[in-house]
Design a protein around this ligand. Structure first.
Ligand code: ADP
Length: 303
C-alpha cells in the first residue's frame, strides 16, 4: 500500500429546489441526486484515480448506503478491507438543498464516522504499518486522529493532516508531529484566530504555525493558488487558469493528488504543482469525485 486514508465517508443527498419549504409546508422539488463524498473518501478516490495503491480506514452504518459506499470505493480501486459496518447506526449522510441561484443549505449527519476509534487503528495495524503515508482529515473523532498521528510517528510513516472542518480544539502538539498540515484559508483563520483577507495576512497566519513548531504548512487559497511554508522558506504556487464551474471538492482533489505524487518522489514543490493542476481540472466539472480527472485527461492537461 502507498497511502492509508484514515477518515470519513458521506453520502450527499442533493435536492434541487425552487425554494425552501416554510414550516409545515410540503413542496415538490425539481430533481434529486445521490453522490458519494466525505473528505476522506474523496481524497482516497483522488489518489486512487491517479494510480496510487490506497487503503481506506472508515466506518459505514447499517443501512442501504453502506454497500453503495463500499462498492464505490472498490470501483475506484480503493482497498476496503478495513471498512466496517457499525450495527444500529446510520451511514454519514449530507442532505443538501440547492436552489435556483445555486445557493445551498447543508446538514451533516456524521453517523458511523463518529464510531471510527483508536481500536480500529489497532485492528488494521499490520496493514497500516506497510503504508508509506497517512492522510487524515477532521470528520472523525479527535482522539482517533491523535492516535493515528502517534501510530504514524512510531512506525516512521509521515502524516498529512487536513484540518477540515476546522476546530479550535485541535491540539497543536499533535500537529507538530505531522509532516504536512494543509488547511484552506478559512480553516487557517479558525485555527490561528488571525485574519486571512490578504496574501500577507495568510502568510503571517501560516508563519505563526511554523513558529509553533509545525514542519510544513501548505495553505490552499482557491484560485489564488497555494502557499508552502517551512522554517527556511515561503513558496507561492500559482493556480492554473481554468473555467471554474463547480469548486466543491477541490481541496480534496489537491490533497489526494499531493499524497500520490509525494509518495512517488518526495519532492514537495513538485507535488504541490501537480496537485494544483489536478485540482484545477476538478473545478471544470460538476460534482466531487465524479469531477476528478482520470490519468489520461490529467496527463494531457499537463502537456
Ligand atoms: P477547498 O476546497 O478546501 O476550499 P481550495 O478552494 O483552496 O480548497 O482549492 C484547493 C486547490 O484547488 C487550490 O489551491 C487550487 O490549486 C485549486 N483551485 C481551487 N479553485 C480553483 C480555481 N477556481 N481555479 C484554479 N484552481 C483552483
Amino acid at each position: 500500500m502507498d497511502i492509508a486514508v484514515i477518515g470519513s465517508n458521506m453520502v450527499d443527498l442533493v435536492s434541487y429546489i425552487d425554494q425552501m419549504p416554510k414550516e409545515g409546508e410540503t413542496l415538490e422539488a425539481l430533481s434529486f441526486s445521490i453522490g458519494c463524498g466525505g473528505k476522506g473518501a474523496n481524497q482516497a478516490v483522488a489518489a486512487a484515480k491517479l494510480g496510487a495503491k490506497v487503503m481506506m480506514l472508515t466506518k459505514v452504518g447499517e443501512d442501504l448506503f453502506a454497500d453503495n459506499t463500499i462498492r464505490n470505493l472498490n470501483e475506484y480501486g480503493v482497498d476496503t478491507e478495513f471498512v466496517s459496518k457499525v450495527p444500529g447506526t446510520c451511514s454519514g449522510v449530507a442532505p443538501i438543498f440547492v436552489d435556483k441561484q445555486s445557493q445551498n443549505r447543508i446538514l451533516i449527519i456524521p453517523g458511523a464516522n463518529k464510531h471510527l476509534l483508536p481500536v480500529d487503528i489497532d485492528a488494521a495495524a499490520e496493514k497500516l504499518k506497510k503504508c508509506s503515508l497517512f492522510v487524515l482529515q477532521m470528520e472523525i473523532p479527535l482522539p482517533t486522529i491523535y492516535y493515528a498521528i502517534e501510530f504514524g510517528n512510531k512506525h516512521g510513516i509521515p502524516v498529512i493532516l487536513n484540518p477540515a472542518p476546522a476546530s479550535r480544539e485541535l491540539d497543536l502538539n499533535y500537529v507538530q508531529k505531522c509532516e504536512f498540515f494543509v488547511p484552506n484559508e478559512t480553516e487557517l483563520e479558525i485555527i490561528t484566530g488571525m485574519p486571512v483577507e490578504t496574501e500577507q495576512q495568510i502568510e503571517a497566519a501560516a508563519m505563526s504555525l511554523i513558529q509553533k513548531g509545525i514542519k510544513n504548512v501548505i495553505v490552499t487559497m482557491g484560485k489564488r493558488g497555494a502557499l508552502w511554508l517551512t522554517e527556511e522558506q515561503v513558496h507561492h504556487v500559482e493556480a492554473y487558469k481554468v473555467n471554474a464551474i463547480d469548486t466543491t471538492g477541490a481541496g480534496d482533489a489537491f490533497i489526494g493528488c499531493f499524497a500520490h505524487v509525494y509518495v512517488k518522489n518526495r519532492d514537495v514543490l513538485m507535488s504541490i504543482k501537480m496537485a494544483s493542476a489536478f485540482a484545477a481540472l476538478s473545478v471544470t466539472g460538476r460534482g466531487t469525485q465524479t469531477s476528478y480527472p482520470d490519468v489520461a485527461t490529467y496527463e494531457q492537461f499537463l502537456q
